[in-house]
Write a protein of this length. Structure first.
Length: 87
């Protein structure tokens, strides 16, 4: 490592453990800041989503779905045909 003479930093004063500790501290600060930004973003997204959901439910009236389940052949036969088949 070379240092500029004006900086007043002597590279011989730093060992491998100093560099390793500085790296760990930098990584810890990065992880904490990322977690903080993620929490803030999730909170804002949840707040906006909740407000949108409340606005949609207040303006819409519940409507029955148009889906009708399929009917099997036995259920589709009239009652008279079922009675004749049994006798």
């Amino acid at each position: 490592m070379k240092a500029h003479p004006e900086s007043g930093v002597d590279p011989a004063n730093f060992g491998a453990s100093d560099v390793f500790v500085a790296l760990l501290i930098e990584m810890l600060i990065s992880m904490i800041s990322c977690a903080f930004c993620t929490l803030i973003g999730g909170a804002l997204g949840g707040f906006v989503g909740r407000r949108r959901a409340l606005a949609l439910t207040a303006s819409k009236v519940y409507e029955e779905s148009l889906f009708q389940p399929p009917v099997s052949d036995k259920e589709a036969e009239p009652a008279e045909v079922k009675g004749e088949a049994a006798t």
